[in-house]
Design a protein around this ligand. Structure first.
Ligand code: NAG
Ligand code: NAG
Ligand code: NAG
Ligand code: NAG
Ligand code: NAG
Ligand code: NAG
Length: 355
């Protein structure tokens, strides 16, 4: 319901303000995909950005800040740091978060760590401020609070930009330190699937959730002269964003004996493979993301009996992967690869009260 309203709102804004064809990407969403929930809000304290002059331009080389509870600055939550890395140009930073006593006892560490890469950004809260960003987790260390984090938003930024007078002050040998403030909001991946539109809901007799996975993948499209046709889809399965890689998925040209073409598989030990076919029309839930789909499992192999038998799986909580609106210069036969992320959820039959 919320998403439908949001889509209508976005569409309305696009119609009113802009040419609708150029609307995607104009105001990128800083919201994490559905299937993630806000767990912790923090605010920076003693934040600083360090810029170095390179070839006449200020470039950020590092940043750091302490993190406190957003509503009680006496409660320390950890810290934030950023170190520029050519190997990871989209790195937003690394967050150390204090563990609660139970997690500290279990992991043997008083802090846990998450690092994340930028997936979308928007201008700062005012013209003198660093941009607002959403980062997807790319790395975790030590069990605890940060270990479960899937997305991090940097919001309500203040300051942190390099001096404007670059020609006057930009000198290779003297870095500048600029104070900044921001809020960092931390999200974790849900342990239950997001609510799907009714037409792609799993049948009531098969609603026992077995497992959920985070996915990252690529969809290949080819332009047939009037629209983009999906040619292939493949990628990897992870427990959570930035977590362990546990499997893969792909679309096959040749169906199994029962019309299934979409393969989902986990690695050994105890690996299994299921093949599914899309059984009702996929539904576009977010305007700028590929549709959500319901798959009926047509065949399976491997150690399915340990967790299954599976009967359905869903691809939900999608982000990205939508091809550009074709223009008069898009040629028949043109190809386009869309990067996307999603969640896959597997289901098995159940009877009340277990579903
Ligand atoms: C330095 O800047 C000049 C002019 O902006 C540019 O032509 C040159 O390629 C830059 N050099 C490097 C190493 O980035
Ligand atoms: C943050 O502070 C509020 C108000 O004191 C408190 O209710 C909340 O539990 C604190 N959260 C954390 C994570 O410390
Ligand atoms: C952040 O906290 C960790 C663990 O307490 C510490 O090792 C690290 O030096 C701190 N980083 C900054 C930038 O304060
Ligand atoms: C830039 O330099 C000029 C001349 O030195 C000075 O008047 C101005 O205030 C400076 N602007 C900023 C933003 O520092
Ligand atoms: C089932 O799991 C075991 C390890 O637990 C593995 O050695 C075996 O190859 C698996 N069987 C299949 C068919 O994947
Ligand atoms: C494509 O359309 C634009 C206007 O939408 C027009 O200006 C341009 O000439 C067209 N190009 C071709 C190759 O038809």
């Amino acid at each position: 319901m919320g998403s439908v309203l949001k889509m209508q709102f976005v569409a309305l804004v696009c119609l009113v303000l802009l040419n609708i064809n150029t609307c995607n990407g104009v105001t990128p969403s800083l919201e994490p995909p559905q299937g993630n929930s806000l767990k912790l809000k923090s605010r920076t304290y003693e934040g600083k950005y360090v810029y170095q002059c390179k070839n006449g331009t200020w470039v950020p080389v590092s940043a750091s800040a302490m993190l406190v509870n957003i509503s009680d600055s006496k409660i320390s939550l950890g810290n934030y740091s950023f170190e520029y890395s050519a190997a990871e140009p989209k790195l937003v930073g690394t967050w150390y978060l204090r563990n609660d006593d139970a997690d500290a006892a279990e992991s043997g560490s008083v802090t846990s760590i998450v690092a994340g890469n930028e997936i979308a950004s928007r201008a700062g809260s005012d013209s003198g401020s660093i941009k607002q960003v959403i980062a997807e987790a790319s790395f975790h260390k030590s069990f605890g609070t940060a270990y479960r984090v899937s997305y991090i938003q940097r919001l309500n930024t203040k300051g942190g930009l390099p001096p404007l007078n670059k020609s006057k002050y930009c000198s290779e040998n003297s870095p500048v330190i600029v104070p900044f403030e921001a809020e960092f909001w931390f999200y974790t991946q849900d342990t239950i699937p997001p609510l799907a539109p009714a037409t792609i809901a799993v049948p009531a007799s098969d609603r026992a959730v077995v497992e959920g996975f985070f996915c990252e993948g690529i969809i290949d499209y080819s332009y047939d002269g009037s629209q983009w046709q999906r040619k292939n889809m493949h990628g990897k399965l992870y427990l959570v964003p930035g977590g362990d890689e546990v499997g893969s998925f792909h679309m096959s040209d040749k169906p199994d004996g029962h019309g299934g073409r979409f393969y989902l598989e986990t690695y050994n030990p105890n690996g299994w493979q299921v093949v599914g076919k899309i059984i009702s029309h996929p539904v576009k839930v977010e305007d700028d993301s590929i549709p959500w789909s319901l798959f009926k499992i047509t065949s399976s192999s491997g150690n399915v009996s340990l967790v299954g038998p599976f009967s359905y799986y869903t691809m939900v909580g999608t982000r990205g992967g939508v091809p550009p609106v074709p223009s008069n210069v898009t040629k028949k036969g043109a190809s386009w690869a869309g990067v996307f992320s999603c969640q896959f959820w597997t289901y098995k039959p159940c009877s009340p009260p277990f579903c």
